[in-house]
Design a protein around this ligand. Structure first.
Ligand code: 0X9
Ligand code: ZN
Length: 292
């Protein structure tokens, strides 16, 4: 359904959009996304990358991301049309489609990929498998761990390996945003250390504005912005830390969206979606203010 939506949308807006492939999966699916890059004077716009659905059971994240795509393409609000036109968007609603399919059809709480991790167990946590400080904190080396098995080696999972290659190939990557649920927090790098990176103060300022914009929609309070190590737990091998450390991307965040045990009522997807749309708007406006 998600990929059908992307393809239908791409056909309807093909003067603005392009189907993109961020990588492939263990079961042979493609990691499909949509690029939104409206024609204009600026040939070389800064890129904003949106990663969502890396954890299979966090269903609100692909729902929110597809909602956000729809907002970017259909909203007549001048703030949103400007948001659309100023950037080259690379948006991936579900970067772990094997896991998502398994969670939908067989095991609601499935989180990992679906690779064969031992003779009896399946999957690695795709947010513990990236090649930076791999397995250092908050990850399991047991292939049967249901939650946080880091994989047999960094980038053992074809999803993280191929996606990392795609991300590396992007020139002019200004911001990388990952969506998770449901801790209701805004996290910034690094996830496995309480040390503050060199533009920490800017990331806090930008993050606060982002949360204020979101708060104005429904009055939902998110914790943060802060490092995961400070307000959640230490965890190494996540995409956010790898992007920040390896590529030096200036603006990197993980949004933990809302929900309870990964449940969020379908009739409230638009509420979460409007909140996130405003959060991204706030992020971009404050980043621009600060000269990014
Ligand atoms: O543990 C995670 O990967 C994320 N929390 S979740 O409950 N959605 O699983 C937090 C991600 C923070 N960033 C990294 N640990 N890299
Ligand atoms: Zn998650």
């Amino acid at each position: 359904d998600i990929y059908n939506y992307l393809q239908t949308t791409n056909k309807a807006y093909e003067h603005w959009t392009e189907m993109i492939v961020g990588g492939k999966t263990y079961e042979g699916r493609l990691i499909q996304g949509l690029r939104i890059n409206t024609p204009g004077d600026d040939e070389n716009k800064p890129v904003i990358f949106i990663e969502s659905g890396i954890h299979a059971r966090e269903w609100i994240t692909p729902a929110t991301t597809t909602y956000f795509i729809n907002q970017l393409l259909t909203s007549l609000d001048p703030n949103i049309t400007a948001l659309r036109d100023q950037f080259d968007w690379r948006i991936f609603p579900t970067v772990n489609p094997d896991g998502y399919h398994y969670s939908i059809n067989y095991d609601r709480m499935w989180r990992k990929t679906r690779s064969k991790s031992s003779s009896t167990c399946r999957g690695a946590d795709p947010n513990r498998n990236w090649d930076y400080n791999w397995l250092k904190h908050g990850a399991s080396s047991n292939p049967c761990d249901y939650q946080t098995y880091g994989g047999s080696r960094p980038f053992s999972e074809v999803e993280t390996r191929t996606l990392s290659q795609y991300i590396s190939s992007i020139e002019n990557l200004m911001a990388y945003v990952a969506f998770h649920s449901d801790a209701q927090m805004l996290l910034l790098p690094y996830s496995d250390s309480t040390e503050h990176n060199d533009n920490y103060d800017d990331l806090v300022t930008i993050g606060k504005t982002s949360l204020n914009y979101g708060y104005a929609v429904n009055g939902a309070k998110y914790k943060g912005p802060a490092t995961a190590a400070e307000i959640l737990y230490k965890a190494s091998g996540g995409s956010m830390d790898w992007v920040r450390h390896t590529l030096g991307t200036p603006i990197v965040y993980t949004y933990e969206l809302r929900g309870t045990y990964f449940y969020w009522p379908p009739e409230r997807i638009s509420e979460q979606g409007d909140e996130v749309t405003q959060m991204i708007l706030g992020l971009v406006q404050e980043a621009r203010n600060l000269g990014y």
